[in-house]
Design a protein around this ligand. Structure first.
Ligand code: UDX
Ligand code: UDX
Length: 468
């Protein structure tokens, strides 16, 4: 029987930080250390000011306040933490490879591999290594091969490898971790499985724990994300049909969601899915299918990504068309830059491609977001309009922390993220400062059409067939 007294989690990101905070809260007898090579990130996790945590997640600061310094610590001392740990979670990033074999299709495993090498070298006694990062199927074998290679093996050192994919959704991560639909543990070492199972039993009922072999666990994670993404592409494809035929996507979603076999979740049409997982995981699935010669399967899943990109392109083209085919010298207010509400994460946000295209047409963007910082937007959008081919000695976008200032002298507004604040905009106040004619583009279907049209604004809502 393995007794778990100390846990090390490598990677203090959107997954590692919140996950370990909830572990620490529910397992006061286990000492948990989250380690990361990024000193700035660790400093932010250790900040006294809880609004400065690197991850914005509702409910997280309250938990951090309770457990940090008690049984949860954040540090850059990776080696020390691995050495002392009975269980090590790997929660480092696994972006899509940019170069070489599988570029643009499969995950770059260099960080997972370096973690495995470091664990293999440094760990002492028996260590259970748990893959938390979403990984291509069979990555656990790579980790095993490294851990069990003879170089560092001694009689006092041994390992078990488990897969325990994370299903949390950003913005609701704490609730998802506290009350998950299920917890999946993949592996073949019964004692290691029991050790992880017992940790979860501190707050999760046994019937929610599912056990499979390693490959099924890895593939289940990819498949869950692929299915969720596929629902979004499906409903988004129907949104385009609604617009040209006079139906309303909100009604269609509601009507089909009432069928228990379909269910009502993940049926909101919008500017397409973003986030660090969906696209990457489908690409991994496509790569896997192609590798095994299953070209039809690969083609099927690739379409889900294509529809997603098309939806973003389609929205930008509609904006251009409505604004008389010309965006030069026009100011557009952009409401929302995060990939969804209640997170400060911008990875793969639909706002990135839509904004780039608008800037390319010559528009000046005034961008507001509840939690994303100007610095983060700058990583995705260049400020210099020369880069976009416009010969003006002035920036092509600005960050506007004041929502109403973003509207001043604007020709249009595009809602890209459904932050609550945008649902309660004072449109009368807006009407005093914008240009006329003024367009409102609602890609998240959060506005009341009548309210807007009564003020004389032009209104376009995604998937709404009676747009003017
Ligand atoms: C990541 C993956 O993107 C996702 O596929 C997986 O499911 C979980 O882990 P996330 O936590 O959102 O998700 O990533 P990110 O916020 O980028 O955090 C990863 C952290 O790992 C970074 O802070 C990075 O500095 C750290 N890291 C990376 C290490 O500490 N060591 C390394 O060798 C590499
Ligand atoms: C997702 C999975 O939900 C989670 O289980 C997994 O662990 C990681 O990937 P996340 O990317 O954080 O989580 O957020 P999610 O709520 O799934 O939203 C993903 C994207 O889909 C967002 O851009 C969101 O706006 C979009 N979306 C979601 C829709 O457009 N319509 C919907 O109905 C739901």
């Amino acid at each position: 029987m393995y007794l778990i007294k100390k846990i090390c989690c490598i990677g203090a990101g959107y997954v590692g930080g919140p996950t370990m905070a909830v572990f620490a809260k529910n397992c006061p007898d286990i000492e948990i250390e989250v380690v990361d090579i990024n000193q700035i990130r660790i400093n932010a996790w250790n900040s006294d000011d809880l609004t400065k945590l690197p991850v914005f997640e509702p409910g997280l600061p309250q938990i951090i306040k309770k457990v940090r310094g008690r049984n949860l610590n954040f540090s850059t001392n990776v080696s020390n933490s691995i050495r002392e740990a009975d269980m090590v979670f790997i929660s480092v990033n696994t972006p899509i490879k940019e170069k070489g074999v599988g570029a643009g299709e499969t995950s770059d495993l260099r960080w997972v591999e370096s973690c495995a090498r470091q664990i293999s070298e440094i760990a002492e006694g028996h260590t259970i290594v748990v893959e938390k990062s979403t990984l291509p199927v069979k990555t656990a074998q790579t980790i095993k091969d490294i851990l069990f290679s003879s170089n560092y093996q001694t009689s006092e050192k041994s390992f078990s490898v488990l897969s325990n994919p994370e299903f949390l959704s950003e913005g609701t991560a704490i609730r998802d971790l506290e009350e998950p639909d299920r917890v999946l543990i993949g592996g073949d070492d019964d004692e290691a499985i029991k050790a992880l199972n017992d940790i979860y039993l501190n707050w999760i009922p046994q019937e929610k724990l599912i056990f499979t072999n390693l490959w099924s666990s890895e593939l289940s994670k990819l498949t869950a994300n692929a299915f969720l993404a596929q629902r979004i592409s499906s409903i988004n494809s129907i949104s385009a049909i609604c617009e040209v035929t006079g139906a309303d996507i909100k009604d269609v979603s509601f009507a089909i969601g009432k069928d228990n076999r379909i269910g009502s979740k993940f049926l909101k049409s919008g500017p397409g899915f973003g986030g660090s997982c969906f696209k990457k995981d489908i690409l991994n699935l496509v790569y896997l299918a192609k590798f095994y010669g299953l070209n039809e399967v690969a083609g099927y899943w690739r379409k889900v990504i294509e529809i997603n990109s098309w939806q973003q392109k389609r929205i930008y083209e509609i904006v251009v068309e409505k604004l008389f085919g010309n965006l030069v010298d026009k100011k557009i207010a952009i409401l929302g830059f995060s990939f969804k509400e209640n997170t400060n994460d911008t990875r793969e946000s639909p706002a990135i491609s839509i904004c780039r295209n608008l800037i390319n047409e010559g528009a000046f963007l005034s961008i507001n977001d509840e939690k994303v910082t100007e610095e983060d937007i700058e990583k995705s959008l260049k400020k210099d309009n020369f880069v976009y081919g416009f010969n003006k000695n002035e920036p092509c976008w600005e960050f506007q922390s004041n929502l109403y200032s973003a509207f001043e002298n604007a020709h249009a507004v595009i809602i890209l993220t459904s932050w609550d604040k945008y649902k309660a905009i004072d449109w009368e106040r807006v009407s005093l400062s914008v240009k006329s004619p003024f367009w409102v583009f609602d890609t998240r279907s959060i506005l009341d059409i009548k309210n807007i049209q009564d003020l004389g604004f032009n209104f376009w809502q995604l998937g709404f067939g009676n747009n003017n």
